[in-house]
Design a binder for this molecule. Sequence first.
Ligand SMILES: NC(=O)c1ccc[n+]([C@@H]2O[C@H](COP(=O)([O-])OP(=O)(O)OC[C@H]3O[C@@H](n4cnc5c(N)ncnc54)[C@H](OP(=O)(O)O)[C@@H]3O)[C@@H](O)[C@H]2O)c1
Length: 494
Amino acid sequence: MLDPCTFVIFGSTGHLARTKLLPALYHLDRAGRLTDDMAVVCVGRRAWDTPYWRDEASKILQAKLGEALDSEVLNRFRGRLQYFRADIHDEEAFKRLQEVLETTPNFPANAVFYLSLAPTEYRPVARHLADNGLSEETSGWRRLVIEKPFGYDLEDAQVLNHSLHRGFAEQQIFRIDHYLGKETVQNVFVFRFANLMLEPLWNRNYIDHVQITHSETAGIEDRAAYYDGAGALRDMIQSHLLQMLTLVAMEPPAILDAESLRDEKVKVLKSIRPIPKSAVHAQAFRAQYGRGRIDSREAPSYLEEEGVAERSTTETYAALKLYIDNWRWRHVPFYLRTGKRMARSSSQISIRFKHPPQQLFRETQIAEIPPNWLLLGIQPEQCLRAELQVREGGIGMRTRTTQLDASTCTQTGYRLDAYEALLLDVIEGDHSLFLRYDEVNWAWQVVDPILKVWSIERDFIHTYPAGSWGPKEGDRLFEREDQKWRDSLMEENR
Ligand SMILES: NC(=O)c1ccc[n+]([C@@H]2O[C@H](COP(=O)([O-])OP(=O)(O)OC[C@H]3O[C@@H](n4cnc5c(N)ncnc54)[C@H](OP(=O)(O)O)[C@@H]3O)[C@@H](O)[C@H]2O)c1
């Protein structure tokens, strides 16, 4: 059972709160993980009250969970919800909030403040909380959850961090990257460090290269105001994809606590070879979706999306080639790519092994043996798959590729959502799956030179048809012709 706490959500009427936070809290309630007295205070500026909000929240959960919604749990969950009407720019509101939190009978003294707000609001809200004594841990603990993106660039992240630390100690701050809450992402860690047989192969001697892909069929939907100023590199690579890279590349920590884990991730980020301005074109590629077809429906180009600037060169596709200059990974390229309006929605890590040192079968019907791959599906399929070569039955020497699936591929049943896992960790005070500031800082250092070059090159951007895997021109990142993007976990689609 967790500590009792009052869970305060700023931005409770927004997309994240509706789609992730409320359902996650409901599921934790259903699983019996919340104490009886836990309260959920939902801050919103709309002229609503608690009974109205309880009905609204029930509709949100009903729409999301359908028949899986349990009426008894819903009743209990509704009882936890309180609506607190406030404009976050009104300092008086924080005084009232402080009073409500301290004087309402049955509200536990421990409190989480979850900032599910636009990134520009993190600083003022954290400051108001601190100015009104809400960060002080006199009667219970106080924790602040910051959503991604943490900062707009390296400098902005530094300013934000400095500002948060005026009111909150590092131990009170939880910087979320919800990818780290995904079960398969955590499985990368278990897969690597619970299976001794992999360790001797997990280095530059055997691995040819690593690919990390996150693709979405969705466009920017109604997020032009945010996305047109951000782009794919900031939105996905600086955070989620670099986090996945650290898990693939890190050394085993001495012990399994939050600091040791994060120390090892930081070492990886620090070892990424800086990209000088002169190498940006060789190591980074960007593009933007044009018109195309998704699921046999016409899709508009990025420039036709509502709210996008007329001649915007914001990238909706970004790919990078990175090198980690340490003993384990020297000279092994890590290729990262992400895109919107791509052919399929998926996240996967694909690790390609080198060819055997001798092509023993050269004189047979086998022209060239395909290399081994290790595939880690993050979403929608969660799986671990190894591709090996076996002999084809019949006369002569032929081989075919076969896949060994780890059981997670076929496992069915309930899976813990990333946000459920992370909210539990916040309440338990476990920082392992949250970003320490130096991680964020080093991740910004990786992408910052690219952002700087792209920000002045605003006259041209490659395009790709919506519904495709991105432009061919992006293949120039590959070191050799036999390297190409792996789009699928399935062998036949290569
Ligand atoms: N949505 C996702 O799936 C997702 C995923 C990962 C990270 N994030 C991050 O999570 C954060 C929230 O994203 P979101 O998509 O939920 O944004 P959103 O839908 O725009 O929600 C923003 C929330 O802030 C509230 N708000 C704005 N100004 C306010 C004010 N002056 N006083 C009180 N409340 C105010 C809005 O209230 P109104 O409803 O009254 O406008 C709304 O509830 C962002 O930092 C985003 O980057 C979101």
